[in-house]
Design a protein around this ligand. Structure first.
Ligand code: G3P
Length: 228
């Protein structure tokens, strides 16, 4: 079954390197998010650190994404994360080209190809409408437009720069009509999610609003109140 069924809004929580969801804390953190999303018409996915993929995928039923994979084949590659290793650890796909882990175009293309060959989902991050259009040519499962200057900030991209979302959706669909685009950076509230969907995005990619919340489940619940 597809990791991100068409027509269902997508919410991806990127755990980045937040201590709150690192190591032993990753599973209870994820369980709190799952409770908040229970019964809602949403595909919730989480992106823990590579070292936590296995523990989260084994202990919960949430689709788990790697935050990054490398394109190299098994062999010489000290410090790299293999597609095969992420898959064996239970990942259903990977984020790629996040603002905090940019790739060259050639590397991005190669990583997309290796994920596709393994039957894993590709969620490619971009920073503006031009790069979203360009990345759509790689036919990822999802694109995620995140203006870097708004990441971790207090104002959602949907308020600070709604046009970048609208234009990114348009640019992606001009290249590949089936392209699906998420948006992220500063996304926090139900209103932010509602606005994202209104702008043509199919969901959101977020971190700090949930990762830094006193009650992460409640923070996700507030976000999901914006679902149709
Ligand atoms: O990957 C999600 C991200 O970069 C957005 O972060 O903290 O602005 O929700 P944040």
């Amino acid at each position: 079954m597809a990791a991100f069924p068409a027509g269902i809004p997508v919410v991806i929580v990127n755990y980045k390197t937040y201590a709150e969801a690192t190591g032993k804390r990753a599973v209870p953190f994820t369980e709190a998010l799952l409770r908040a999303a229970a019964g809602k018409r949403v595909t919730l996915a989480v992106a823990p650190q590579a070292a936590d993929l296995l523990r989260v995928s084994q202990a919960t039923r949430v689709p788990v994404l790697a935050q990054h994979v490398d394109s190299l084949a098994p062999g010489n590659g000290t410090g790299a994360t293999l597609v095969e290793a992420a898959q064996d650890a239970g990942a259903v796909g990977s984020l790629l080209n996040h603002a905090e882990r940019r790739l060259t175009l050639a590397e991005l293309d190669a990583a997309c190809a290796r994920l596709a060959a393994a039957g894993l989902a590709r969620v490619v991050c971009t920073d503006n409408a031009r790069t979203t259009g360009a990345a759509a040519a790689l036919r990822p499962d999802l694109l995620a437009i995140e203006p870097p200057e708004l990441i971790g900030g207090s104002v959602s991209v949907t308020t600070a720069d709604p046009e970048v979302v609208r234009h990114s959706v348009r640019a992606a669909k001009a290249v590949h009509p089936q392209a699906r685009v998420l948006c992220g950076a500063g996304v926090k509230t139900g209103e932010d999610l509602r606005r994202a969907l209104e702008l043509g995005a199919e969901g959101v990619l977020l971190a700090s609003a949930v990762m830094k919340a006193k009650d992460p489940g409640a923070a996700l619940g507030e976000l999901l109140s914006g679902l149709p």
